[in-house]
Design a protein around this ligand. Structure first.
Ligand code: F6P
Length: 361
């Protein structure tokens, strides 16, 4: 087989495990005698002239990459090339420049690491420009369809669970209700998994509408049972009672934890404190699980390039590495299944979601 020259880029929000997957691609491609070109700042690197890209050498294959948070390639979660925000306020379609950047680098294929939004943009570019594309799923939100888990999610849950481990003793010492707000954009996976793993009393997720009286009643029962504290986990995308999202700054979610805490204080008289975990969930060392996943998905992505199987996303399915059409993964957006096994587990543990099913239990 002829030697190939493949490009790799990270796109969307960073997360733990991105450097581990870059390393896996460099190692697996290197074993075939291929060159891997690291494209900087996602598609912005292909828009720049000359394109911002370097051949990835031994340092990218180093074991240290496995442990390192962030992405050595840089990334961006704004700057859709089809609707690119220019400094003068105009929005331009710069997709042809990105495609030309790919050609200028003399690449045979592109491996794009991203969430559902990034993969949709990359796929559109690939189809428009005839770019042979393989996608690798990453997002702490874990909402990409057709893969059981995406790179970064397990680390985010581990970080958030450690936060609950630290909040619980201080909650007990001060007889407080501790509210932990976690990320997840529009899906409640991080909140749900963290709430179970960290022993929360209440989990609020966007997929399950809640009522404050139900939560207040649950907290009252805990107190009557002789416990002086409670732990509440809230996903950032949970809406207010009036159905309003709580946002900060440029439009990112943030602040629903404070809203919930104020209401709980008003309704129950409890002393509350709020922790908004934010980007702490994205940085830091990946867990062993994320390192393993990143390695497996990176190696398989190179196999797909070798086999000439493009427009596919590598995936983790039934304890195996597999692959699915990128379009199918995007179409099967994976919110929390409110009737699924994990929600049932939480209900079985007596965790309150703030819905009426809880009062019936
Ligand atoms: O999609 C990953 C994510 O961390 C979401 O959980 C969160 O809502 C968003 O990105 C934050 O984006 P930014 O880094 O732009 O604040």
């Amino acid at each position: 087989m002829t030697a190939k020259r493949i490009g790799i880029l990270t796109s969307g929000g960073d997360c733990a495990g991105l450097n581990a997957v870059i390393r896996a691609v460099v190692l697996a491609a290197g074993r075939r005698g291929w060159t891997v070109v690291g494209i900087r700042q996602g598609t912005r690197g292909l828009m720049a002239r000359p394109p911002m890209a370097d051949t990835l050498g031994a340092e990218a294959a180093d074991t240290g990459m496995m442990r390192m948070g962030g992405t050595v390639l840089g990334t961006t979660n704004h700057g859709d090339p089809f609707d690119f925000p220019m400094p003068d306020g105009r929005r331009l379609d710069r997709s042809d420049e990105v495609i030309e950047g790919f050609r200028l680098l003399g690449l045979d294929a592109l491996i794009g690491i991203g969430g559902d939004g990034s993969l949709a943009i990359l796929r559109r570019l690939a189809r428009q420009g005839g770019i042979p594309l393989v996608g690798i799923p990453k997002t702490i939100d874990n909402d990409i369809g057709l893969t059981e888990t995406a790179i970064g999610y397990q680390t985010a849950v581990a970080v958030a669970t450690e936060a609950l481990d630290r909040l619980q003793p201080t909650a007990a010492s001060h007889s407080r209700v501790m509210v932990l707000e976690v990320m997840g954009r529009d899906a409640g996976h991080i909140a749900l998994a963290t709430g179970i793993a960290g022993g929360a009393d209440v989990i609020l997720i966007p997929e399950i509408p809640y009522d404050f009286p139900v939560i207040a009643e649950h907290l009252r029962r805990i107190q009557e049972g002789g416990r002086n504290f409670a732990l509440v986990v809230v996903a950032e995308a949970v809406l207010t009672e009036e159905g309003r999202p709580v946002r900060q700054g440029r439009g990112s979610y943030g602040g629903i934890g404070h809203y919930v805490a104020e209401r709980l204080t008003r309704d129950t008289g409890a002393e509350t404190r709020v922790t908004v975990l934010g980007h702490v969930q994205r940085g830091g060392q990946p867990t062993a699980g994320d390192r393993l996943l990143a390695s497996a998905l990176g190696v398989h992505a190179v196999e797909l390039v070798a086999e000439g199987r493009f427009d596919r996303m590598v995936a983790w399915i039934n304890r195996q590495v597999g692959d699915v059409p990128i379009q199918h993964a995007i179409e099967h957006y994976q919110a929390v299944d409110s009737e699924g096994a994990i929600v049932k587990t939480a209900r079985g543990l007596g965790i309150c979601f703030g819905d009426r099913q809880e009062t019936a239990a």
